[in-house]
Design a binder for this molecule. Structure first.
Ligand code: BG6
Length: 483
């Protein structure tokens, strides 16, 4: 029986990271460059560049990141001190298959994650592993045009086989691709699809619009994900394998019926298309019309439909940071967001990067998704990117972050009371790490501060922010104590 303000005892509280933003050691122990390793630093104003060759004297934030590679024991100890029940991390594909098409995995790379999983086990922290989080071996881009190539499916499945087999008794929860729906927009082409697309959305220095290629690449990822689900269940029937959607919540700008239809279409395309394929095992009817109108033709190999049908995920996960407005352009200008943007909502405030803060939207999204899929849900990213100030006594008083997360947890609890089967919450960037969109360090999300600046300078020393002690209390009380 679900009660107000009470979460299930098994609720998975924790934090989330991604190898390319956290791990560093980009070329150690057999690892080669990943797609992320070719991205320069940037800012809110100056976008990150993708370089096809590494440039001397250019700063690449992922190369060292915040060096989890050499700090994993310390970091996991700190997570345990906060009481984490789970920890979302990703495996760097380029650490295991440095050239994408290697015949055998890199043993040194596998050993690193043996150590990480052993350390997590020591503290009873359940790993939640993203198999590809905005990262692929750069060789996949160079030699195969990334996910545009169907061969990427086999490389990915080989990679899955290697890690599923090696960690079959250490990892139960897997996520096939981070924010798979990013491939719907040019901004996600490289991040998610390892595809080279220029600013005007053209593919790899040709005059070809990337939409067709991105959607074909997305299809390849759907097939790869479905194959991974089947393979994972064969290797260990207890595996729980999930999808991950960047949930772009867009409200209709007015109550004009046409605006409502625009909001509906946007929700279908941006959010539901990928969820439907991965959870329900088939392309939804609305996609067919959308593809027809945009002249998109997905090239399906024989058997693909069956593979999708047989590879439905066990649980649904998503990231949630913000919402926006769509439809008749309202007063005010455009708002920013991770991957998907829209117009400003006059009822909401924004963070320093222009992402509008909307805790109530989280309750809406949770209900909406659960109504459609009826499978367990996990919020695997949520948090506030903010500039933190270290006071002269060394403290970091991040009340703004506490308030943000508190407001979202309150709404999450409302959704559970509404009947949503929510099994976990992992706060994004539980320890400060490199921002995916800007490459900055000053856009911090962590409960743990890391001494490093935007130019890569700093001691990498870890220290606890005020939110560290607050989140510890939240977990201890299973979300009842939020003040
Ligand atoms: C999500 C990504 O879109 O947003 C993360 O999965 C990313 O990798 C997070 O870091 C926050 O975005 P940003 O740009 O502030 O790092």
């Amino acid at each position: 029986m679900i009660k107000k303000n009470v979460l299930p005892k098994t609720f998975l509280w924790g934090g989330a990271t991604a190898a390319n933003q956290y791990e560093g050691a980009w070329n150690l122990d057999g690892k080669k460059a990943s797609t992320a390793d070719m991205m320069t630093g940037g800012t809110h104003i100056i976008p990150r560049r993708i370089t096809k060759k590494l440039e001397q004297g250019t700063y690449y934030p992922s190369h060292e990141a915040v060096d989890f590679y050499h700090h994993y024991e310390e970091d996991i100890r700190l997570f345990a001190e906060m009481g984490f029940k789970c920890f979302r991390m990703s495996i760097a594909w380029s650490r295991i298959f440095p050239n994408a098409d290697d015949k055998t995995p890199n043993e040194e790379g596998l050993k690193f994650y043996d150590k990480v999983f052993a350390e997590l086990k020591k503290y009873n922290i359940e790993p939640i592993v993203t198999i590809s989080h905005y990262e692929a071996p750069f060789a996949l881009t160079e030699k195969y045009n990334g996910w545009a190539s169907r061969e990427a499916i086999d490389f990915y499945v080989n990679y899955c086989e290697a890690i599923f087999t090696r960690y079959r008794n250490l990892v139960k929860y897997w996520i096939t691709f981070n924010e798979i729906n990013s491939l719907l927009v040019p901004a996600g082409a490289y991040l998610e699809g390892a595809l080279l697309v220029d600013d005007s959305g053209l593919f790899n220095n040709t005059n070809v619009d990337s939409t067709q290629i991105r959607l074909q690449a997305l299809h390849h990822q759907f097939v790869a994900s479905a194959k991974a689900v089947q393979l994972g269940h064969e290797i260990n029937p207890d595996f729980k394998i999930g999808c991950m959607i960047n949930y772009s919540c867009g409200y209709a700008s007015t109550c004009k019926p046409e605006d409502m239809v625009i909001a509906l279409r946007q929700d279908q395309i941006n959010n539901m298309l990928c969820g439907d394929v991965q959870v329900l095992g088939e392309y939804p009817a609305f996609a067919k019309r959308q593809f027809e109108e945009k002249n998109i033709k997905i090239n399906m190999a024989e058997g693909d439909e069956e593979i999708l049908k047989k590879g439905c995920v066990d649980f649904y996960t998503f990231s949630y940071y913000k919402s926006h407005v769509v439809g008749t352009r309202p007063e005010g200008d455009e708002t920013q967001g991770n991957v998907f943007g829209g117009f400003k909502n006059p009822y909401l405030k924004a963070n320093d990067w222009g992402w509008q803060i909307d805790p109530v939207g989280l309750r809406y999204v949770l209900n909406h998704v659960y109504d459609r899929y009826r499978i367990p849900i996990m919020i695997v990213e949520n948090g506030l990117g903010a500039v933190d100030v270290v006071e002269t006594d060394g403290t970091i008083n991040d009340d703004y972050r506490i308030n943000f997360i508190k407001d979202h947890i309150e709404q999450m609890k409302e959704a559970v009371y509404d009947g949503v089967d929510l099994i976990g919450y992992t706060a994004w960037g539980c320890i400060d790490l490199v921002s995916a969109s800007t490459g900055e360090m000053k856009k911090r999300y962590g409960f743990i501060y890391v001494d490093k600046d935007n130019d890569g300078k700093g001691t990498l020393k870890r220290s606890k922010k005020k939110s560290f002690y607050w989140y510890k209390k939240v977990i201890e009380s299973n979300g009842e104590e939020l003040s």
